[in-house]
Design a protein around this ligand. Structure first.
Ligand code: SIN
Length: 291
């Protein structure tokens, strides 16, 4: 059966049916996937039973992979990649011999863009579920094209051509990364500076480009003004009508366009297990080109 694209019915997200990621994909199939990805921003493929090698091969169809720079202060140097796959990051609350096997624990991961604290954030991430809790741990996405296109005019005028600092010190679960200190003055937040509006290099569409709310700062503004604008733009960008949440089953795989969506993860009971393997696809330095 040919592959089929089934939209989520929300403002982003689609499921791909009739695909087996243990097999190599032909050019025609990949073209359909790329087209759907550009249109729906997040793709879901259910019912897979794949190895890390399969995950890497599928991810590499879309670009070069980046080794994960996971660095929570409490991880004490233990590898959080499966043996032989440094390009695969483990996202998990499970511990082994008293140490976490992965990152992010069981708490909520707040709305964020992956690695936007770097000059060149990743273009995309692919997340595959090996073990999931009976409840909680859902992953949500918000459409940043739509958030951009529906911005109130006065807010747009305040934000256009502005640059924001994307905090490197805290990860999305709120853990302080190794080598960083708590930020007490947001004007000194460590991390890359990016335009608040971002032109998508493939579609040419404009998107809001937000990293994490915590410790963000709009360069050049008094702190109170920056805080007020950031509160307003974050409240707008994460409106429920822009979002789609996925409840995981073992064997599900999600792939998202990190240039055009925010994502988050619900907390879950720490007495249950959640084990996910994630790849990160290389990206470019964000830019804004007014239409
Ligand atoms: C992530 O933020 O990349 C992980 C999301 C998840 O664990 O569902």
């Amino acid at each position: 059966m040919p592959i089929e694209i089934c939209p989520s019915g929300r403002e982003l997200g689609a499921e791909i049916l009739n695909i087996d990621l243990r097999e190599e994909l032909d050019t025609e199939t990949l073209d359909v996937i790329r087209q759907a990805w550009r249109e729906y921003l997040v793709l879901l493929i259910r019912g897979q039973d794949i190895s890390d090698g399969d995950l890497v091969r599928f991810s590499e169809y879309f670009g070069e992979l980046r080794t994960s720079p996971l660095g929570e202060a409490r991880m004490k140097g233990r590898s959080r990649s499966p043996d032989g796959f440094p390009q695969v990051a483990i996202i998990s609350n499970v511990t082994k011999d008293g140490l976490p096997i992965g990152s992010l624990g069981n708490g909520e991961a707040i709305w964020h863009t992956d690695m936007s604290y770097l000059e060149s954030p990743i273009m995309a991430a692919v997340l595959y579920a090996l073990e999931v809790p009976p409840s909680g741990g859902d992953t949500g996405f918000a459409n940043m094209y739509l958030a951009h296109d529906t911005l109130p005019e006065e807010l747009r005028a305040e934000l256009v051509d502005r640059v924001c600092i994307h905090d490197h010190s805290l990860n999305s679960a709120g853990f302080l990364r190794r080598g960083y200190e708590e930020v007490t003055d947001v004007t000194q937040t460590p991390g890359a500076r990016h335009p608040l509006f971002r032109t998508h290099p493939e579609t040419g569409r404009q998107a809001l480009f937000l990293g994490r709310r915590r410790n963000a700062y709009i360069s050049g503004l008094p702190v109170e003004e920056s805080e007020a604008l950031l509160d307003a733009v974050w409240a707008h960008a994460t409106k429920p009508e822009f979002t789609w949440h996925h409840k995981w089953n073992v064997g599900d795989l999600l792939m998202w366009d990190n240039r055009a969506v925010l994502h988050r993860r619900d907390s879950f009971d720490n007495s249950t297990r959640r084990v996910m393997h994630r790849t990160q696809i290389e990206g470019d330095k964000p830019f804004y080109q007014a239409a």
